[in-house]
Design a binder for this molecule. Structure first.
Ligand SMILES: [Zn+2]
Length: 91
């Protein structure tokens, strides 16, 4: 039933390029299963190549990489600060 509170997910058919919306619950349910098929409004059979778990795994790797970069630059900045502090104390 449409009550204006439903959440929809925008999908894009990789075959014809049409954009269409499906209820987020449908999208989430489909993404649990790799190779779960559905059909675009133009009749192209589509399937999710990656499950939600796959997507989250990738996101997790990406965030871990970014964290590593941030930690390295923080460490470099801390070294620079302590070098400058030592230098300042010597004067
Ligand atoms: Zn299509």
């Amino acid at each position: 039933m449409m009550d204006g509170n439903e959440v929809y997910t925008k999908l894009n058919c990789g075959e014809c390029g049409i954009f269409f919306f499906v209820p987020a619950a449908f999208d989430n349910e489909r993404r649990q299963h790799k190779e779960a098929h559905f059909v675009c409004p133009n009749g192209h059979q589509r399937c999710y190549k990656e499950t939600l778990a796959d997507q989250l795994g990738k996101k997790c790797d990406e965030l871990r990489d970014r964290l590593t970069v941030s930690e390295k630059s923080l460490l470099a900045a801390e070294r620079k600060v302590s070098r400058l502090e030592k230098k300042a104390r010597r004067k």
